[in-house]
Design a protein around this ligand. Structure first.
Ligand SMILES: *Cc1c(COP(=O)(O)O)cnc(C)c1O
Length: 379
């Protein structure tokens, strides 16, 4: 089946008892058993829930994986995946990774005996140099936030396979509509479903999809044992969001492309970061491993003062953290999403005070460009 068909139907049979076309919200903590040891496959709400199971089946089909798991947040999904490791293991991580991931790895898992090396994974030689005898996992984000640097997934997967490393990809920015890391050789793909999968800025959640039965058993055991599950209502919201994922991603992509081209023409804008632009250093790679470029754009306006004037003068773009919703958002990474990253580390990866990030929504693009144009004129 095509992606849009799967998005609407996979894991979502009409309800057997009523015929309800949408999966009901099974708001229950336990299930009545017919006799000792006789049940319908559902025993306790943390372990199994039909609404959550529908979402898990759906996302596994969309990511072309073996099994999916839904968690209380993107961070809960990442935590659960890291619990596949044991004390003494070493993980190589994309240096420009989501700030919350950096904090989790450095402030929590480092204290529990896991070791981390952050490096620019866009160059495989950097990954090779970071290897240690105890390296067990490569944790990637591509494209990165907010500078939109790509890592070649197929090339890196070959390396991980040779070295026996688990390759984990945070696919939040692209969504399975534009990028399917498991097809390119990754072992685990995960998302903050808070972003594009839900898409309506009305729920926090996370998912992980694995490519083998062995990983499915291990991650399923962790999900049930550690218990960071997604609630039935939240699962239902993500299921509903995914039904329009294909439509939304097309529009995010079209709008972002037009806005990136507009920004290129604005003299006050020094540089535009968007993988869809031919001058993006990895435009060819983006065309090869993704089927679209997404809705995230960053650009350099020359100074912190100018960035401040811009974000305070837009009217449609909302000044807020997060991304991937139908509403357009604007943010200043250095003072907002990336405030916890030490200054030298930020500057090393080129993240200056001058950079503004857009999560381009699905509004009329003329209105969005008009809004940016008004605010840029105030600079
Ligand atoms: C938001 C985000 C996360 C964390 O997800 P939460 O749902 O906020 O816990 C992880 N990775 C990326 C790329 C994100 O954008």
């Amino acid at each position: 089946m095509g992606f849009a068909t799967d998005a609407i139907h996979a894991g979502q049979e009409p309800d057997p008892s009523t015929g309800a076309i949408t999966v009901p919200i099974y708001q229950t903590s336990t299930y009545v058993q017919d006799a000792l040891g006789e049940h319908k496959g559902y025993e306790y709400g943390r372990t199994q829930n039909p609404t959550r199971a529908a979402l898990e089946k759906n996302i596994a089909v969309l990511e072309k994986g073996f099994a999916g798991f839904a968690f209380a947040s993107g961070m809960a999904a990442i935590t659960s995946v890291l619990l596949l490791l044991k004390a003494g293991d070493h993980v190589i991580v994309t240096d420009n990774v989501y700030g919350g991931t950096y904090r989790l790895f450095m402030r929590i898992f480092s204290g529990l005996g896991l070791e981390f090396t952050f490096t620019d994974t866009s160059g495989l030689e950097n990954v090779r140099r970071a290897m240690k005898p105890n390296t067990r996992m490569l944790f990637l984000e591509t494209p990165t936030n907010p500078l939109l640097t790509l890592t070649d997934l197929r090339h890196t997967a070959t390396f991980c396979n040779d070295m026996n490393l688990l390759m984990v990809v945070d696919n939040t920015f692209m969504s399975p509509y534009f990028q399917k890391p498991l097809n390119l050789g990754a072992d685990i793909v995960l998302h903050s479903s808070t972003k594009y999968l839900n898409g309506h800025s009305d729920g926090v959640g996370g998912v992980a999809v694995v490519n083998t039965q062995d990983l499915a058993q291990k991650l399923g055991f962790i999900q049930n044992s550690a218990g960071a599950i997604l609630a039935p209502f939240e699962s239902w919201l993500v299921l509903r969001g995914i039904k329009t994922l294909a439509l939304r991603m097309e529009k995010h992509n079209d709008n972002a492309m037009k806005i990136a081209e507009y920004l290129l023409r604005v003299k006050k804008v020094r540089k535009v970061f968007y993988p869809g632009l031919p001058d993006h250093p990895q435009h060819e790679l983006a065309k090869k491993q993704c089927t679209g470029f997404g809705g995230m754009i960053s650009f350099d306006v020359g100074s912190l003062d100018r960035a401040k004037t811009l974000v305070e003068n837009v009217k449609i773009f909302a000044l807020a953290e997060s991304l991937g919703g139908v509403e357009s958002l604007i943010g200043h990474p250095v003072t907002m999403t990336h405030a916890s990253i030490p200054k030298e580390d930020r500057l090393k990866m080129g993240l200056t005070d001058n950079i503004v990030r857009l999560s381009v929504g699905v509004e009329d693009v003329e209105d969005l460009i008009g809004d940016l144009s008004y605010a840029l004129d105030r600079i």
